[in-house]
Design a binder for this molecule. Sequence first.
Ligand SMILES: Cc1cc2nc3c(=O)[nH]c(=O)nc-3n(C[C@H](O)[C@H](O)[C@H](O)COP(=O)(O)OP(=O)(O)OC[C@H]3O[C@@H](n4cnc5c(N)ncnc54)[C@H](O)[C@@H]3O)c2cc1C
Length: 399
Amino acid sequence: MPPQILVAGTGPAGLIAALGLARAGFAITLIGPEIRKDDRRTTALMNPAIQFLDGLGVIEPIRAKTAPLRVMRIVDATKRLIRSPVVTFRASEIGEQAFGLNIPNGVLSDALENAVVAEPNIGWRKALVTRWDIADDNVTAHLDDGTAVAAALAVAADGRGSAAREAAGITTTMHRYEQAALVLTFSHARGHADTSTEFHTETGPFTQVPLPGERSSLVWVVKPAEAEELSALDDAELSRRVEDRMQSMLGRVTVEPGRQVYLLSAGLPARFAQNRVALIGEAAHIFPPIGAQGLNLGIRDVQELIGIASENVDDPGFKRALAAYDRRRRPDIFARTGAVNLLNLSLLSNVIPAQLLRSAGLTVLGGFAPLRALFMREGLRTGSGLRSVFSDLRKQIRR
Ligand SMILES: Cc1cc2nc3c(=O)[nH]c(=O)nc-3n(C[C@H](O)[C@H](O)[C@H](O)COP(=O)(O)OP(=O)(O)OC[C@H]3O[C@@H](n4cnc5c(N)ncnc54)[C@H](O)[C@@H]3O)c2cc1C
């Protein structure tokens, strides 16, 4: 009898899906290479994602290596005619201690790998899928070690260029931005007070995110050639440039060894599941790193998929189950992808109406506490901001 579910891809989305589905009682074959250990990025995960990972036992062992995100700020650092005021979101405004945690990717992957290896319901095949065969009642992955694995459902966690997505006949609209993210970590003289600051510039966001102690991570989005130039600078010069860009907000900056450059793109598949394949993580949505959305959205994919598979235990890859997954993920993925791409384009745009809209939006957000609270709750989980507005309204009507 074939394993019930096959997960292709050993990035964070694949590891989390394998763990979550295994804990829900499914027999999982995880297919993918050894986990990358050289990823210098950090990932800001919001409370709902943290709670889910905590339930999988992944957070407690690493909590000391993470930093809470208590305050998030947006600073308009463009030199344009129309600029917005600084907008500050405080977790305390919505009764939370923090919005979430910032976790170094290496730390998260180690914790996920340990949990996957210890999980009896997961068999990990350290190989690549070279070909997919999809039939009415099952899906088969042919591996580069000459073997094959069949299952009722394949979870495509094989990243932005997902071959599983293509094999399932799902077309994808892709767009390459003329932007790249320079990623590094740095120490600084002044404390960050658990605050992340996203400076909006004409080339994209420059985002400082706190790490434990007086350290932060940086995602600096510029044109690809500039990213290469910056990453080739010596430590002293790069430290000076980072400090200048932040207007010395954290005092003297010292960049740490190790820099990476990521080219940015956007991609949206026509469907999120079809022909015994369900898409999660970057196989399902690609967009630039603004507002820490990517893996948070990927974890919501996993949560929805677990729910649907559990409702269809006999055949989790059944047509109707996959149609439900597609239908339920659509609003969240469309909303996040649309908002992030729009914000990114409005930064790059020299067109006055686009700048006006962004500036007006941020000005209203900055000045109007209830709207800010709604925005913050929506940032944590789709629908929860609106739900809380309705529940507040109901309470007021009852009074
Ligand atoms: C600079 C930057 C900063 C970011 N910051 C944040 C943040 O703060 N918060 C946030 O939520 N998100 C953030 N993101 C987004 C987040 O990093 C991505 O959403 C996440 O890494 C996607 O993970 P994934 O597992 O879907 O894909 P990937 O990490 O790309 O993993 C794909 C996996 O599939 C495997 N694979 C590929 N082909 C095959 C095959 N044929 N057979 C088997 N396996 C295969 C690969 O080896 C790899 O293991 C950021 C992204 C960038 C670029």
